[in-house]
Design a protein around this ligand. Structure first.
Ligand SMILES: Cc1cc2nc3c(=O)[nH]c(=O)nc-3n(C[C@H](O)[C@H](O)[C@H](O)COP(=O)(O)O)c2cc1C
Length: 378
């Protein structure tokens, strides 16, 4: 079973990760991981912390001559912005919308909840992006592509685009907010500028599409095996994500069934679908259509015009402190979303076609894809 662990604090020495269950002989590029890490750090609306960090991964085990060896892959990302615990003043005024208050109570840190801030910080997502990038390298060898893009920032929403993968990627790469529609991108940038000026923050949503996914990933047989449930878990675990949607789930909930479900048709001996409102998953199993998932983020909780709070040491009403902060992180979250989806798809792919080596996985997959293509030979 493919699984991972992360450890490390926002201002500790480093973030650490272990990816276990990864097959041998997958080409792994540290440069490519670093490029994707740079995308997480970028995106319009980020704050000064991201200008201080320049994330570089070190792969310290599980790689032999540029390819995975089958052993656990150990990863390290050093923090440039480090704190010595002795020099950090205690924090006793919790910020609304953060883990500060609930974490201080839960772990008994009412006199100083710095340890809660350190681990709850989205800095941890840098390691998840690195792990997801490695999963994307396995998927690429199986001709599966995962692409994340920003759909909405505040009240501004991009129109639906039906583009081939390369074109979608090209447009996203050109946009400061990782949105594939250039006109909407400009409007989003203006909205972020306005929020910055007024000291406010924004949320939004991103979409992740998995192209060329084979049918049969995930399973209906057990609640934990369902692919939609697994995607929702991993997307919801990204800090700030408050809702997850599979396909047209939200719109579909307001429509009659005849306008939601996707007809099953046959074309040149192959079963095809009339539409993809299910987002590529039925009964917890991928159905061969692109997998489409969306995640919705609340606005950043750290505010320059702070909300009221209470000093936990004294019980005195005190405005929440402002700690340097991003104004809007939906583009960065889309990169994290792409990573976590890549992990879930890679995990499900290995369950179905799994083996110790990449060539064996590719062989199983090729056989299965061919079988699906010529279901009704003429
Ligand atoms: C990539 C990324 C960067 C973030 N940066 C900040 C930030 O600079 N300031 C902030 O207040 N929240 C930031 N957040 C959001 C908080 O981490 C998050 O809202 C907080 O930990 C509480 O978790 P919850 O929103 O899931 O309840 C960021 C989130 C992500 C995904």
């Amino acid at each position: 079973m493919l699984k991972y662990f992360t450890a490390g604090d926002s201002h500790g020495a480093a973030l650490m990760g272990i990816l276990e269950g990864f097959p041998a002989h997958v080409p792994i590029s540290e440069n490519r991981i670093n490029q994707i890490l740079a995308r997480r750090q970028g995106g319009y609306g980020r704050g000064v912390r991201m200008q201080m960090e320049y994330d570089q991964v070190r792969l310290i085990s599980g790689i032999w001559r540029g390819k995975s060896s089958g052993a656990p892959i150990g990863l390290l990302i050093h923090n440039k912005s480090m704190h010595d615990a002795a020099s950090v003043p205690p924090r006793t005024v919790p910020r609304p919308g953060h883990a500060d208050l609930a974490g201080a109570w839960k772990y008994g840190f009412e006199d100083d909840f710095n340890p809660i801030i350190e681990r709850a910080s989205a800095r941890e997502t840098a390691m998840r992006v690195a792990i997801g990038a490695i999963c994307q390298m396995l998927l690429a060898e199986c001709q599966i592509e995962v692409v994340g893009h920003v759909r909405q920032i505040g009240s501004i929403q991009a129109p639906k685009l039906n583009l081939p993968t390369d074109e979608l990627r090209r447009l996203i790469m050109q946009s400061p907010v990782y949105c594939a529609d250039p006109i909407t991108s400009e409007r989003m940038v203006q909205l972020v500028d306005n929020a910055q000026k007024t000291g406010d923050t924004l949320g939004g949503s991103f979409e992740v599409i998995t192209f060329n996914t084979p049918p049969g990933l995930g399973s209906h047989v057990h609640y934990e095996s369902r692919l939609d449930a697994r995607l929702a878990l991993h997307l919801m675990s990204i800090p700030s994500v408050k809702a997850v949607e599979i396909g047209e789930g939200v719109k579909g909930s307001q429509q009659p069934g005849s306008q939601m479900h996707d007809a099953i048709l046959v074309d040149s001996g192959t079963v095809v679908r009339g539409s993809n409102r299910a987002g590529g998953i039925e009964g917890g199993i991928s159905n061969g259509q692109p997998i489409v998932v969306r995640a919705y983020l609340k606005p950043i909780p750290t505010l320059r015009q702070p909300l009221p709070s209470v000093d936990l040491a004294t019980g005195v009403r005190t405005p929440a402190p402002y700690i340097r902060s991003d104004v809007m992180v939906v583009p960065a979250a889309a990169v994290v979303g792409e990573a976590v989806v890549a992990f879930v798809i890679a995990q499900a792919l290995l369950e179905k076609f799994g083996s110790d080596t990449l060539p064996e996985i590719q062989e199983h997959l090729k056989f299965y894809r061919n079988k699906m293509k010529n279901r009704f030979p003429s």
